[in-house]
Every structure is written in structure tokens, then in C-alpha cells.
Design a protein around this ligand. Structure first.
Ligand code: URA
Length: 241
């Protein structure tokens, strides 16, 4: 079951806020009856009409974007900055990102108009593995890497066990490249984990998301997921891999 305004928005009839206005104005019917309650929940079998016109739900679509740095992970930005949705000028469906990458983080980001799919992938219990590659300040000791693996204390709790591997070090510049695999999605988690071990992140990229990687894409490019990839993500998020 989903909130009525969300279903109307996802059907492409209006933005979420406009849908709320339509409901408030008594222009929306569910199963033939005017509904003015904003929190009303509707299911796939409910018949929704706006101004007597049936609302058809959009066919679900799924994309991956190689997000460049300097782009906001949101459907729109009130300051007018470039968003990840701006990379899809020809997509008519109302897509939005599944989770987010920071403004300064690049890498693999999924977008969809399928709310159930997005919720499933972001559910804390079932989040799939995500692989990040970070360039960090300083050269971490083995013990510091072990701390990342065991979990570090952040202000919102301890991170779950993770995989961490030093890929290379640059002695003259005093930097290192570290691969970190986590399945949680706390806000700015990777940056905060490295801060917690005393090595701040200079550059961050998400290389993989569950079974998906960025092969074949350059920064700023996107592609549709195959039906197989969507199924894989669904089943992985159910088993929590
Ligand atoms: N962790 C971060 O710190 N930033 C991101 O963008 C993603 C994960």
C-alpha cells in the first residue's frame, strides 16, 4: 500500500505537492468516492481518478548512472544546481535516485520510478554490498584497516563489519587508495569511517552496487538496467547479500 499523493505523483499526473493540493481540493476519487485525507493508503486494485480521469500507473523503469562529482543526488534542487535526473532529459517517467551519493562523490547510482523496488534496496536489513574506492590522506596501518573491517564507532552507532583492502600507496604524496565494501547506507558513511580512523577522504567513488559495476560507462553516462539485473537486485535485497 502506498500513500495516495505518491501514487498520483508516480503516475506522472502531478508533483507530490501538486497531488496533495488536488486531494485537498476534492478533485481526487478512490473507488468512486472523493478522498480528502492526505495520508490515505491505496493498493494496486484501487481505482484512482483525478478530475474524473483514471490514473494509470507508469510502467516501472530502472537506470544506472555513472554520477560525476559536482552533481546533487535528488530529483530537483531548490538552488537550481545540476541534479542526477538532469542526465535523463528523454526519460518521461518521474525517476528519482535510490539512496544518494554526496555532491563530491562519483560513481554508480541507480534511479527508478518504482517505489517498492527503491524501498526494498534501501531497507537497512537487506542493503546489498556496495564497493567504494577512496583516496585517503596518509598511509593507514594494518591496525587501522582492521578497525574498518571490525566496525568503527560513529555518532549514530557502530558500523557493521566491512571488507577493507589497501590497493596502493603513494609514499611521496603520503596518500593511499583503499577499497571499502559496506552494505549499510548511513549518511556519508564512508567519509565518516575514514575520519574515524584518522585518514580523511580526498576522493571517493562507488565502483559497484550489488552485482552491478560501471563497465562500459564514462562519467555522466547512463544506461537502462536489463530485466535480469533488476531481478538479481530484487533477489539479493531479499536475501541481504
Ligand atoms: N559514503 C560517503 O561518505 N559518501 C557517499 O557519497 C557514499 C557513501
Amino acid at each position: 500500500m502506498e500513500r495516495l499523493q505518491k501514487v498520483i505523483a508516480h503516475a506522472g499526473v502531478a508533483s507530490r505537492r501538486k497531488a496533495e493540493e488536488l486531494i485537498g481540493q476534492g478533485r481526487v476519487k478512490v473507488n468512486g468516492k472523493v478522498v480528502r485525507e492526505l495520508g490515505t493508503k491505496v493498493g494496486p486494485n484501487d481505482k484512482i481518478e483525478v478530475d474524473e480521469v483514471p490514473v494509470e500507473s507508469e510502467a516501472p523503469v530502472y537506470f544506472m548512472l555513472y554520477k560525476p562529482r559536482g552533481v546533487i543526488s535528488a530529483a530537483n534542487d531548490d538552488k537550481g544546481r545540476k541534479t542526477v535526473v538532469d542526465f535523463f532529459p528523454h526519460v518521461e517517467e518521474r525517476i528519482y535516485p535510490i539512496g544518494r551519493l554526496d555532491y563530491d562523490t562519483s560513481g554508480l547510482l541507480l534511479l527508478t520510478n518504482d517505489g517498492e523496488f527503491a524501498n526494498q534496496l534501501m531497507h537497512p536489513k537487506f542493503e546489498v554490498d556496495k564497493v567504494y574506492v577512496a583516496k585517503i590522506k596518509g598511509i593507514p596501518s594494518r591496525e587501522k584497516i582492521r578497525q574498518l573491517q571490525r566496525g568503527v564507532m560513529l555518532e549514530d552507532g557502530k558500523t557493521a563489519p566491512a571488507r577493507a583492502k589497501v590497493l596502493s600507496i603513494d609514499k611521496s604524496k603520503q596518500t593511499a587508495i583503499v577499497e571499502l565494501t559496506i552494505h549499510e547506507g548511513k549518511n556519508r558513511q564512508v567519509r565518516r569511517m575514514f575520519d574515524a580512523i584518522g585518514h580523511s577522504v580526498l576522493k571517493l567513488k562507488r565502483e559497484r552496487y550489488g552485482p552491478l559495476d560501471l563497465r562500459g560507462l564514462n562519467a555522466g553516462e547512463a544506461r537502462e538496467l536489463t530485466a535480469h539485473e533488476v531481478k538479481q537486485l530484487y533477489s539479493m535485497s531479499q536475501t541481504g547479500k
